[in-house]
Write a new protein. Structure first.
Length: 267
């Protein structure tokens, strides 16, 4: 039996398709029809989907009928006050009542921890919310998933996956109460393995913007799993593709069966 239901799988790892982007992007290209996108992902057989709580509420029957678990997003992150636009703003706030989140019977609750902010008070609120949620989830067997990211203007874009930044952010996240880490992959098993090894809690990786090919993304997942990561929480690199079902199945092959990216993806 795994330490958490989310990781109670045949391999002890988990494939989580992240589709909570409507909270920040609205009806984004590739995700205009939420039900169709969800159906395509569910057909691939992920272990769970990461969704906003009201997405979970509206599509609960579809998700449950597919035998897929849910992880719910507790906070709200945006880069604009215009709907779905990116104006380079830094907007973050606690989003939803804990009672609502728990009523959805999730297998995890996820909060972003944004480093590099200019607004110190927002950073303090972010840290405080994580510590508060960790206490509210204690004893529920529902893990708090913390996603430490270097999105603030004080961290240059090219350093967002730098091993030193990721290592320090990971340490702070579990010291504040994370039960599972959702980390940026450093791009190299040699630098990522020590980060995973030094964390006393399971590590999963995020996907980030869909900027490369599917094979490149799968190769990164292969490297992360070889480094000891316990799975993935990836979104745009799944739902922005032409065939989300096949991408999820490919991820299952790597995460659960130890296959290589070349094994699971025929260009």
């Amino acid at each position: 039996m795994s330490e958490y239901d989310l990781l109670d799988t045949k391999s002890g790892n988990s494939v989580v398709a992240a589709i909570d982007h409507g909270l920040s992007l609205g009806a984004a290209e590739g995700f205009r029809d939420p039900e169709a996108t969800l159906q395509s992902i569910l057909k691939g057989g992920p272990d769970a989907v990461l969704v906003g709580p009201h997405f979970a509420r509206h599509y609960n029957a579809l998700i449950k009928d597919a035998g897929v678990d849910t992880v719910v997003t507790a906070d709200i992150v945006s880069s604009s006050t215009r709907p779905g636009f990116d104006d380079g703003q830094d907007i973050w706030t606690p989003g939803f009542d804990t009672e609502l989140l728990l009523d959805l019977d999730p297998k995890g609750v996820k909060i972003v921890l944004v480093f590099g902010r200019d607004d110190r008070q927002m950073f303090v609120r972010n840290l405080s919310y994580i510590a508060k949620m960790a206490e509210e989830l204690r004893g529920t067997d529902i893990p708090l998933v913390v996603e430490p990211v270097m999105w603030g203007s004080r961290v240059p874009t090219e350093l967002e996956t730098h091993p030193e930044y990721v290592s320090r952010a990971a340490r702070m996240a579990w010291e504040y109460g994370a039960d599972i880490l959702k980390l940026p992959y450093t791009g190299d098993p040699v630098t990522f393995e020590p980060i995973v090894k030094n964390a006393p809690i399971p590590v999963m990786i995020l996907g980030g913007p869909n900027t490369g090919s599917t094979l490149e993304m799968l190769t990164g997942v292969e490297g992360a799993i070889a480094s000891g990561a316990r799975g993935i929480m990836i979104g745009r690199s799944i739902w922005k593709t032409d065939d989300p079902t096949s991408v999820v199945r490919a991820l299952e092959g790597i995460v659960h069966d130890g296959k290589s990216a070349d094994d699971v993806w025929d260009v």
